[in-house]
Structure formats: structure tokens, C-alpha cells
Design a protein around this ligand. Structure first.
Ligand code: ADP
Ligand code: MG
Length: 330
């Protein structure tokens, strides 16, 4: 079996896997951990000194905030996915997250009042984010138009962090590895002779036992995988589980899916698209996937019985587990 280092980061778990017999894990793990820490320092919603917290404090003041080039890059990509998805993905979703009880730690909340919802929705609008990139220093600056607006890159930052680690490992001359940050994965090479790449089991969220899979996908060189779901992080509102992905178009928790797994050419794309597709559902996916050729998705629908829907890009690649074969709609 491959050798794996596992450590806590961003209130979740990170992993670096190398092929059988690799001896450089102790040297490479700190490099990957360093990438994750650097991204968290820049992009965390909670760290007061992060670029994101600094931008949020100046919302509505008219004062643009100078940010690192990397921050500007992730934000630009977040805004592209926002445009492609008609606002289903929106990096200014934070006020809605708060309204629904995330960022708080309360468990049994009441459904937000109609008036509160309307006021909060007015603060969630990616078109009111100004990103100015210039040739001269500070190179990039960001401003949010209205007081109370807040950026939250939680739907894209882990993917970006995985890409940063991927690039760092390539610079180290590493040719076979798998990076995993809370289910955001990107692989290079294959861990054993005769394999096309890293074979990944997609967890079955309906089974409590570990090791139950919906199926498997093999990550070929440089490909990435991410899953968004309503089963790991949620709050309870009037006895009902509310997923931590909100539909910014109506302010309601996203419905209709249990999980969506996206295969993409980079971890940032996989992460952002899995969040976007979780909101859009099976039928509204096309404009987003058209903008990202080669990306495909496996959906687990919140129906009785649950169904697996696989987009054409993943036909012949997604292999359902025996128990799920009859539930697949290709
Ligand atoms: P995870 O954080 O479990 O990996 P996701 O990548 O799907 O899952 O990201 C969920 C996070 O994305 C939320 O915690 C929140 O920060 C943010 N988010 C929630 N709804 C949206 C949305 N509609 N658009 C963009 N980001 C969102
Ligand atoms: Mg995401």
C-alpha cells in the first residue's frame, strides 16, 4: 500500500500519499503543510490578519484593500464561477451563512424571518465585488460595495490550497503523489505498476461504516476530485438538517442532492464546481460544465430511493460499487 502522512489543518484532515517504498515522506510532508498554512493565513474568514478579513472590514468604506497576487487569483476564479453559474456559486455568501446559524455554534435554530432574509439577500451579490489588478504595486486591490458584505472563499480555498501543494511537489521533482485536503484531492503519476493513476473511492454518505463506497474513479495525471455534500457539515433548524451550502438566489439551503463529486483538471475547479453543482442540481449544470471542458460529475440524489446520476464525461470512468449498480442513471 502507498505510504501516507495525515495531519490536522483548517479544522479538518490533510493527507499526503506516496507510492509503496517511498522514503521522502518526512521531507515532503512539511512542504505540503507549509502550503496549506500559507493559504489559510491569506484566505481564512476567521483570521483577523488574512486578506479576506481585511477586505471584509473595509466593506462599504470606499477604501480598496491591497491583497496578495494569489488572493486576487482565487477571487478572480471565484467570480468567474459565480458568473458561469448565474450566481449559484457566490463568494459573498457569508451573510447568509450567518443567518442560517453557521459561523455560530448554535444547534437548534429557528427558520429566519422573511424580512431578515430579504435584507441579507441584498448583501449577497458577487457583482458588487471590485477586483482591480494593476501593473504597479500593490498589483491587486479588492473592495466590497456595501457595508455588511463579506467575502467567504470556503467553497474554493481548499481546492486552491491543494493546487499550491501540487505545484510545490512538482518543483521538488516529485512525480508520484496524491494530495488530499478534506476530500479535495489531486494526483500525479500512478502508485503501482500497471495502474493508470490513483484509484479513489467515493465515500457512500448513506453508510455509516467506513469503507463503504458509491464507486471509484481513477485520477489520471494532474486530475483532481472534490465532493460537496449535506452530510458532514450542517446545522439543525427546527429539527431539519440544513447543509452548509446555501442557494444565494433565494437564500434557502440547497436542496435535492445528498452529494456531488466533481472530476476536473485542477483542484480549484473541482472544489468550486462541486459547490456550484450542489446548488444547481442535475438539470441546471450545463452552462457551468460547458465553461470547464473535461469536467464531469457524479450526483447522489436526495430521492427515495436515492439515485446516482453520472454526466457523460465520466461514462466509462466512474465504476459504481456492487450495491449501487442498479441505482445508476448514465
Ligand atoms: P467543504 O467545505 O465541506 O469542502 P464545499 O467545498 O462545498 O464543502 O464548501 C462549502 C463552503 O462554501 C461553505 O462552508 C461556505 O463557506 C461556502 N458556501 C456555501 N454556499 C455557497 C455558495 N452558494 N457559493 C459559494 N460558496 C458557498
Ligand atoms: Mg467547494
Amino acid at each position: 500500500a502507498p505510504v501516507t502522512a495525515r495531519w490536522p489543518v483548517m479544522s479538518t484532515v490533510a493527507e499526503l500519499s506516496l507510492p509503496v517504498g517511498a522514503t521522502n515522506l518526512p521531507r515532503l510532508q512539511p512542504i505540503v503543510a507549509g502550503c496549506f498554512d500559507a493559504v489559510e493565513n491569506r484566505l481564512s474568514f476567521f483570521r483577523e490578519t488574512s486578506d479576506i478579513a481585511r477586505i471584509n472590514r473595509q466593506a462599504g468604506t470606499g477604501i480598496p484593500v491591497a491583497v496578495a497576487a494569489g488572493t486576487a487569483d482565487v477571487l478572480a476564479q471565484a467570480l468567474s464561477v459565480a458568473r458561469e453559474s448565474g450566481g449559484a456559486f457566490d463568494p459573498t455568501v457569508a451573510p447568509l451563512m450567518r443567518l442560517w446559524g453557521f459561523r455560530g455554534g448554535v444547534t437548534n435554530l429557528a427558520r429566519p424571518a422573511h424580512e431578515a432574509l430579504g435584507g441579507t439577500l441584498a448583501l449577497v451579490d458577487w457583482r458588487q465585488v471590485t477586483l482591480v489588478v494593476t501593473a504597479a504595486p500593490p498589483h491587486a486591490a479588492v473592495h466590497l460595495a456595501r457595508p455588511g458584505m463579506e467575502l467567504d472563499l470556503g467553497g474554493i480555498a481548499k481546492g486552491y490550497a491543494v493546487d499550491q501543494a501540487y505545484d510545490a511537489l512538482l518543483r521538488e521533482g516529485c512525480s508520484v503523489f496524491l494530495v488530499n485536503l478534506a476530500g479535495n484531492m489531486r494526483g500525479r503519476g500512478a502508485p503501482a505498476a500497471g495502474r493508470r493513476g490513483w484509484r479513489i473511492g467515493i465515500r457512500d454518505p448513506l453508510q455509516v461504516q467506513a469503507g463503504a463506497w458509491l464507486g471509484t474513479l481513477t485520477l489520471e495525471d494532474g486530475e483532481a476530485l472534490a465532493t460537496s455534500g449535506n452530510y458532514e457539515r450542517f446545522v439543525v433548524v427546527e429539527g431539519e438538517r440544513v447543509p452548509h451550502i446555501i442557494d444565494p438566489r433565494d437564500g434557502q439551503p440547497a436542496r435535492g442532492l445528498i452529494s456531488v463529486t466533481v472530476l476536473a483538471g485542477s483542484a480549484l475547479e473541482a472544489d468550486a464546481l462541486s459547490t456550484a453543482l450542489f446548488v444547481l442540481g442535475v438539470d441546471q449544470r450545463r452552462t457551468v460544465l460547458r465553461a470547464h471542458p473535461g469536467c464531469g460529475a457524479v450526483y447522489l440524489t436526495d430521492t427515495r430511493p436515492p439515485r446516482l446520476r453520472v454526466t457523460p464525461e465520466l461514462h466509462g470512468r466512474f465504476r459504481p460499487a456492487p450495491g449501487w449498480k442498479t441505482a445508476v442513471e448514465w
